[in-house]
Design a protein around this ligand. Structure first.
Ligand code: PMP
Length: 396
């Protein structure tokens, strides 16, 4: 026993020696810019609640109503007995929502985006001799999905359409699957989806788009990255997550009905897990209504105003700001300990901005990951700008 624990301790010590130990903070109030965290009032710039729906009264009321209609839990996996009317209605709603961009659209609801990504890649990737072409900065769940699929995997450099084209042209795989984040989760930049889709159509490949950070936020009606770029194709497989802009939890795949049927038949992360609480699906119907309606449009406009304000106000000279037009605004510090120290100084001032370190980002690019929300006020963002500008100027 001692040896076993010694071995675990050694792993923890090794992480600590590289300043990579992660810590959780405990929020005591609903997810919102102003939160009580570990007993302290904080102004938070770290959630993915881009539209401020996580604590929206209509969504919270729908969650309560869902619990009274359907109870607390689903009781089983979808294929046994856990599939409820609430799940079915949400799937119909989401399929109709994304239908302008897909052929014969159908949607499938999952407990999390992580599981939806595992399902898509293991489901599509289980075709004989399939090949997955994965973008270098893809989210961990896509990397894990590609590992789990019994398919070949090749990684193409970030945003490099020409390199992908070479790989596609050289491949004789009967099933080719290109997979990319739409909005890169640690950098905030957008994948060149129109060019990627043109390539996929030319080479008979699927284009799997993980729109975790685009659903609800991008596009006039919040349909996400496909609406933003005006794309429609039978080659598209779309994944939207519902714990970020939609404010609740879970995710969905939207694609041709046959692809969805294959997921139901084959995708182990769908089949072998208890269905999410139906009340979550019921609450999500309210979220999608808000996203699609005028209130969603107003919230997206508010978010864009906050992004523009941050962009115009930050005057950083040493710390780098890669170009990002989205709610994810990274500030690259470089060394792990320095990024941690900057986050700690902000924390002392009541500002909660997470430091992100390897392996989530590349070695030497530890960063602050500022995320903005429509729920932030102009004063909130002004406070962050002042703090960051002053901190950088005085940083030894
Ligand atoms: N894809 C991306 C790009 C993400 O950023 C995340 C969450 N951080 C996920 C997928 C996973 O989604 P979920 O949190 O719903 O599991």
């Amino acid at each position: 026993m001692t040896n076993l624990i010694d071995n675990v301790r050694a792993q923890l010590d090794e992480l600590a020696s590289r300043n990579l130990t992660r810590h959780r903070r405990t929020a005591e109030t609903p997810c919102a810019p102003r939160q009580v965290v570990d007993g302290r009032d904080m102004l938070a710039f770290c959630s993915n609640d881009y539209l401020g729906l996580a604590a929206h009264p209509r969504v919270v009321a729908a969650l309560r109503e869902g619990a009274s209609l359907y109870g607390a839990g689903s009781g089983a996996s979808h294929l046994v007995s856990g599939h409820s009317r609430a799940h079915a209605l949400l799937e119909e709603r989401l399929a109709a929502f994304e239908a302008p961009h897909l052929e014969s659209a159908r949607a499938l609801y999952f407990c999390t985006g992580y599981m939806a990504n595992l399902a898509v890649l293991t489901g599509l990737g289980s075709a004989p001799d399939a090949m997955i072409f994965s973008e270098a900065l893809n989210h961990a769940s896509l990397i894990d999905g590609a590992r789990l699929a019994r398919a070949g995997v090749t990684v193409y450099p970030h945003g490099d359409v020409a390199a992908l084209e070479e790989k596609l042209a050289a491949s004789e795989a009967p099933t080719k699957i290109v997979v990319t984040d739409s909005v890169f989760s640690m950098d905030g930049d957008l994948a060149p989806l129109p060019q990627l889709l043109a390539l996929c159509e030319r080479h008979g490949a699927w284009l799997v788009v993980d729109d975790a950070h685009g659903f609800g936020v991008l596009g006039d009606r919040g349909r996400g990255a496909l609406e933003h770029f005006g794309l429609r194709s039978p080659n598209l497989v779309y994944i939207g997550t519902l714990g970020k802009a939609a404010g609740v939890g879970g995710a969905f795949i939207a694609a041709h009905e046959d692809v969805i049927e294959l997921m139901i038949q084959r995708a182990r992360p769908y089949i072998y897990t208890t269905a999410a609480a139906p009340a979550l699906a019921h609450a999500l119907l309210a979220s999608v209504d808000i996203i699609e309606g005028d209130e969603g449009e107003k919230r997206r406009a508010d978010l864009r105003a906050r992004i523009a304000q941050l962009d115009a106000g930050l005057r950083l000279e040493r710390w780098q700001r890669p170009v990002s037009t989205t709610a994810i605004q990274p500030i690259i510090i470089g060394a792990n300990d320095e990024a941690m120290a900057v986050a700690a100084r902000l924390h002392e001032q009541g500002l909660w901005v997470p430091a992100i370190r390897p392996p989530t980002v590349a070695v030497g690019t530890a960063r602050l990951r500022v995320t903005l929300s429509a729920a932030h006020t102009e004063q909130d963002v002004a406070q962050l700008i002042t703090a960051l500008n002053q901190l950088e100027r005085t940083w030894a």
